[in-house]
Write a protein that binds this ligand. Structure first.
Ligand code: TXA
Ligand code: MG
Length: 334
């Protein structure tokens, strides 16, 4: 049995940053806010710390982690930038974009963090607390979303507590995050590929590159037979309650996750939460995971989700909703 730890919870600020850097240097696990979702950080060069991180999250070790660094210079020490990567870093860092690149020679990130791949995923987050922690620590920090593997990603320190209290050393609390969905992941391959839609809309990336991003099949492999998109497991962001997509009406006993004007039958729903009454996709992204958690707690017959336009952050929202519904989508009409 794992012995329960005392998880320290500190408000974001100088003391929290110092304590976070101290704990990371000792192989500790530190949850901290980023602009996308809360991350669970560990020293990317410390295999024992990363083994603890995989264990705390219950994450399959074949799913690699993102290395977070404070700036482009630090990123250049662990990844090899080609022209695509340089353009995107220049346009979107710091920010909700992760680049997948070949590992740099002498990259200090351990193989356990990259699941033995020859590539590495790198991100420079734009949140002041995250930047301060990365600066104070001074090395790369792996940080998956700070939830139990398979659960909905955390957009507040309270979400992190409910999943990981007693399993990690520190939670740095800075309230609700701004973006609400994880970073967009772009593979900077010969043909730049969208590996995960996220906080930077596809359209903005394509504008900077002057070309369309390719979509890799889930089982795409490199020349050496390694997976190129290892994170595309179908069921991932899973509430316990069944999720029904594209709902135009609500059945009695169902909870409704609305977007815009609520669907027919909303008045008899067990509970209604509106991602954005005014139909704003950025607002909807920021509310998505918190509302999914809240509706899941109502133990309704199902969570009926209204259609979301597939543009801007809508692509990331629909990706997360499809995964939330994977394997249990009810195709019957309601
Ligand atoms: O916004 C975010 O990216 C958040 C915050 C905390 O920064 N982090 C996050 O990490 O979402 P995580 O571990 O939940 O998702 C990392 C994704 C996984 O789907 C993984 O498969 C993919 O990144 N990934 C990591 N390294 C990769 C690589 N070398 N090639 C392709 N995909 C990779
Ligand atoms: Mg995650």
């Amino acid at each position: 049995m794992e012995t329960a730890l005392t998880t320290l919870i500190l408000p974001a600020g100088e003391a929290a940053v110092r304590e976070a850097a101290r704990l990371l240097a000792r192989g500790g696990l530190v949850a901290f806010p980023t602009e996308t979702v809360y991350g669970l950080g560990a020293d990317a060069t410390n295999a024992a710390a990363i083994a603890r991180l995989y264990q705390a999250k219950g994450r399959p070790a074949f799913n690699p982690l993102i290395s977070h660094v404070g700036d482009l210079e630090a990123a250049g020490r662990i990844g090899r930038f080609n022209e695509t990567a340089a353009l995107l870093a220049q346009a979107f860092w710091p920010g909700p974009l992760t680049l997948v690149l070949p590992k740099a020679a002498g990259c200090a990130v351990v193989d356990l963090a990259t699941a033995g791949l020859e590539t590495i995923a790198i991100r420079v987050p734009a949140h002041p607390a995250a930047s301060a922690i990365l600066r104070a620590f001074g090395g790369p920090v792996v940080a998956p979303s700070a939830n139990l593997s398979g659960h909905v990603s955390p957009t507040s320190a309270a979400h992190v507590r409910s999943d990981l209290e007693g399993l990690i050393d520190l939670i740095v609390d800075d309230g609700a995050v701004e973006v609400g969905v994880e970073s967009t992941i772009v593979g900077c391959f010969e043909h730049p590929a969208l590996l995960r839609p996220g906080g930077v809309p596809r359209e903005a990336i394509e504008r900077v590159l002057g070309q369309a991003l390719v979509q890799l099949p889930k089982d795409a492999e490199s020349d050496c037979g390694q997976p190129l998109a290892p994170g595309m497991l179908t069921s991932h962001y899973a509430p316990r309650t069944r999720v029904r997509l594209n709902a135009s009406t609500v059945a009695p006993g169902e909870a409704l996750l609305a977007f815009g004007h609520p669907a027919k039958g909303a008045d008899r729903a067990a509970c209604v939460m509106n991602l954005s009454a005014r139909g704003d996709l950025n607002e909807a992204a920021a509310n998505l995971f918190g509302y999914l958690r809240a509706l899941d707690a109502r133990q309704a017959a199902a969570i009926a989700v209204m259609p979301i336009p597939n543009e801007g952050l809508g692509e990331a929202i629909n990706d997360r909703l499809r995964r939330a519904a994977a394997g249990r989508e009810d195709l019957g009409r309601q």
